[in-house]
Write a new protein. Structure first.
Length: 302
C-alpha cells in the first residue's frame, strides 16, 4: 500500500475528505465494511482515484480504478506504481469484457456515476457480471430533478443551510445591470465553455432581465421551470441526452431503482439527501424536486 505521506499535500487532503465520506457510508450501512475488507473492489468512474485510495486505507485487498474519461496526469505518480491499485481508462463494459478469468469483485463503488451514463441498464448488467456471489453495488446518484440537477454549476451550487443558491452576482437587482455580472459570465465561458457561450451572451437584455439567459439560469430548477425553452436556454450538447457529448441521462429516482432491480440486484438499503429550497409547482413530485442525492446499496441476486 502506498504511503499517504508520499502524496502531494492538496491530493492528500482530497483523500482525507473522501475517506470521511466513505466512513459515513459505512456507518449508515450503505457500504458494508465486509465488502471492502480483503475484498476486490471496482471504483467505477474513479476520476482522480481519491476514493480508490480511501478504499485501500479501509482494507481492500485490491482496487480496480476504472474511468471512461481517465486523465492519468491528474493522478500522483506513487499511485501509478502501487501494486494494490490497477488504474485503467475503460468503461464498465470494456472492463467486464476484458476481466481476468475467475476475477470476481466484492464491491462496485459508484460515486456520482449513474446519472451520467447513457446506456445505464446495460452498464448495470455489466456490473452484475463482474460481481461474485453476494457482491454488492453502492451508488451515490446525483438527481437531475433537484434545483441544479442540470450540473449548471457556473450559475447554481450548494450554499448556506443546505440550499442551492445563485453563484454569480444578481445583476438584475443591480443598477449596473449586465455590467455587474460581466466578469462572472466571462469566467464561466472561459472555465466551463461546455455550459456557456456566445449564444447565451447574445440574450443580454438590461431592459427586460427576465428574458436573459443569465437571469433564467441563475434560478433554482431553471432546467425544469423553463423546459419549453430548453434548447435555446441550454444550447450546448453537454446538457442534452442521448447524443454525442451528452453528460446526463436524466433518469428519475424511480427509474434508477427499476434499472438496478432489472439488472439482477436486490435493493437492501436506500436513502435520499434533501435541499431546503421551496420547490416550484411544475407537476413533479415534491420529494423528487427536493432530492439532491439518491444512495442505494444493492446485492447481486444469486
Amino acid at each position: 500500500m502506498v504511503s499517504v505521506n508520499e502524496l502531494p499535500t492538496a491530493y492528500r487532503t482530497r483523500v482525507e475528505h473522501r475517506l470521511a465520506e466513505l466512513d459515513q457510508y459505512i456507518a449508515a450501512d450503505l457500504v458494508p465494511a465486509e465488502s471492502i475488507k480483503d475484498g476486490l473492489v471496482v471504483d467505477w468512474e474513479a476520476g482522480d482515484v481519491a476514493f480508490s485510495v480511501a478504499l485501500l486505507i479501509r482494507g481492500a485487498k485490491h482496487v480496480f480504478a476504472i474511468d471512461s474519461w481517465m486523465d492519468v496526469d491528474r493522478i500522483p505518480r506513487p499511485l501509478i506504481a502501487c501494486s494494490q491499485l490497477t488504474i485503467k481508462k475503460a468503461s464498465i463494459g470494456e472492463f467486464a469484457q476484458a476481466k481476468s478469468e475467475g476475477l470476481t469483485a466484492t464491491l462496485v463503488f459508484a460515486n456520482t456515476v449513474t446519472e451520467h451514463l447513457q446506456q445505464l441498464p446495460q452498464d448495470l448488467r455489466d456490473v452484475v457480471s463482474i460481481l461474485g456471489d453476494g457482491g454488492v453495488l453502492f451508488t451515490n446518484h446525483d438527481n437531475y430533478y433537484q434545483p441544479v440537477g442540470s450540473h449548471d454549476h457556473g450559475f447554481l451550487y450548494y450554499g448556506r443551510k443546505n440550499r442551492i443558491e445563485t453563484v454569480g452576482p444578481a445583476c438584475w437587482l443591480d443598477a449596473k445591470k449586465c455590467e455587474a455580472s460581466a466578469d462572472h459570465r466571462s469566467r464561466v465561458g472561459r472555465d466551463l465553455p461546455w455550459t456557456w457561450d456566445d449564444r447565451n451572451e447574445r440574450t443580454k437584455n438590461p431592459a427586460n432581465c427576465t428574458e436573459c439567459h443569465y437571469y433564467m439560469r441563475s434560478q433554482p430548477w431553471a432546467h425544469l421551470v423553463y423546459q419549453d425553452r430548453f434548447l435555446s436556454l441550454y444550447p450546448q450538447t453537454s446538457f442534452h441526452t442521448g447524443v454525442k457529448g451528452a453528460s446526463l441521462n436524466k433518469i428519475t429516482p424511480f427509474q434508477l431503482r427499476q434499472f438496478i432491480l432489472e439488472a439482477g440486484f436486490r435493493i437492501e438499503r436506500s436513502e435520499r439527501a434533501f435541499v431546503d429550497n421551496e420547490p416550484p409547482d411544475i407537476g413533479i413530485p415534491i420529494i423528487d424536486l427536493r432530492t439532491t442525492m439518491v444512495r442505494i446499496l444493492a446485492r447481486k441476486v444469486p
